[in-house]
Design a protein around this ligand. Structure first.
Ligand SMILES: CC(C)(COP(=O)(O)OP(=O)(O)OC[C@H]1O[C@@H](n2cnc3c(N)ncnc32)[C@H](O)[C@@H]1OP(=O)(O)O)[C@@H](O)C(=O)NCCC(=O)NCCS
Length: 326
């Protein structure tokens, strides 16, 4: 089954509510209309009803079936302000909360935190930091996960060859514990996309072929990840060729159950992760889907500002599917 057919099948008619803070944007409105018509997602649009309706009508979309919440006239405003102050635990006064919650990304994130929405998709007109920061501060990471991270799903060809690359978006230089958690969360993300997770923690060294503190970090992270999630096949430290090419794996890591057949590739820090996925995308003709933020208590997804309507539609489907993860 094609990747998105499988995800659609998982979420259809479940009434999963996704909040879109940038609801007057034509790309968001177009995607929301499709998601609603196909019964994949119940969109919650943020903004003034008048402005959203005008923008929608200009695109030939009727808004009568959408839930619209106007942050300036929200009946649970006081409850939201109080919940924000409590969650920030001394880091914001009531007055500061009232000002911060005027920002649609904070408002949408609070709707998600309060359970009025199940997840959020934003970033079509906001930067990554502005989209993601409210989630880090309010929704926070799941127990046992200290950092959220950004995975890319790499897909190629008709037979939908699929891999997970991580962290490609968030943590500039994770330590061994953080890298181990990224590896485990990436294995879970792989399962969501029907990828059998075989997790390679990558380095410029394979099984002791080079020594450096950078390599030690990956060795340590591999040990921690195996302990954290013994149910998954995890191995390191492996070079990319040893992870991916069976004949190289035979030579460099003959006893590894991951080498030569890895499906989840964990990069040691953000520079290699970000560069790595772009090389696969541009040289290898992979479609790069993401970044998918993993490890949060509830899913929040960041669109690229260059996203088109199809990208919004797809990321909303992924976000809805993430609500089904533990
Ligand atoms: C994600 C990011 C925007 C957060 O930046 P920030 O707001 O400066 O982060 P801060 O350190 O001020 O932390 C803000 C809050 O988020 C939390 N936080 C920051 N990074 C986090 C992470 N990876 N996971 C979980 N929580 C995190 C902090 O603990 C803090 O919480 P608190 O306010 O409750 O104490 C930042 O990590 C970043 O810019 N990363 C690189 C992104 C990038 O440029 N990617 C390029 C490729 S797309």
């Amino acid at each position: 089954m094609e990747l998105f057919d499988s995800l659609r099948f998982k979420i259809v008619r479940r009434g999963i509510k996704i909040v879109f803070p940038e609801a007057t944007d034509a790309r968001i409105l177009g995607a929301a209309a499709r998601l609603k018509a196909e019964e994949l997602v119940e969109p919650i649009l943020l903004g003034s009803e008048e402005e959203i309706t005008a923008a929608a009508n200009a695109r030939g979309i009727t808004t009568s079936s959408f839930t619209i919440i106007d942050p300036n006239h929200y009946d649970k405003w006081d409850e939201m302000v109080a919940a924000f102050v409590e969650r920030r635990n001394g880091k914001a006064s009531k007055e500061q909360a009232e000002s911060i919650l005027k920002d649609v990304n904070y408002f949408g994130t609070m709707l998600t935190y309060m359970g009025i929405a199940d997840g959020m998709v934003s970033g079509a007109i906001h930067s990554t930091g502005d989209t993601v920061r409210p989630a880090l501060q309010i929704i926070k990471t799941k127990p046992g996960v200290s950092r959220t991270s950004g995975a890319m799903i790499m897909v190629r060809g008709r037979d939908q060859e699929k891999y997970v690359f991580s962290d490609c978006a968030i943590n500039v230089n994770p330590n061994a514990q953080e890298l181990a958690e990224i590896a485990v969360e990436s294995a879970k993300t792989a399962e969501l996309f029907d990828i059998d997770p075989k997790v390679a923690l990558m380095s410029f060294s394979t099984k002791g072929s080079a020594s450096a503190s950078e390599v030690d970090k990956v060795v340590e992270a591999t040990k921690i990840a195996k302990k954290l999630a013994p149910q998954y096949m995890i191995d390191g430290e492996l070079q990319f060729d040893a992870s991916y090419v069976p004949s190289v794996a035979q030579l460099k890591a003959p006893h590894s159950e991951v080498a030569g057949q890895a499906t989840v590739f964990i990069f040691p820090e953000l520079q290699s992760g970000n560069i790595g996925y772009k090389i696969a995308q541009r040289f290898g003709n992979f479609e790069a889907i993401g970044p998918i933020l993993q490890g949060l208590n509830k899913p929040v997804s960041d669109l690229s500002r260059g996203a088109n309507e199809e990208d919004v539609y797809k990321l909303a489907i992924i976000t809805a599917a993430q609500t089904l993860l533990d």
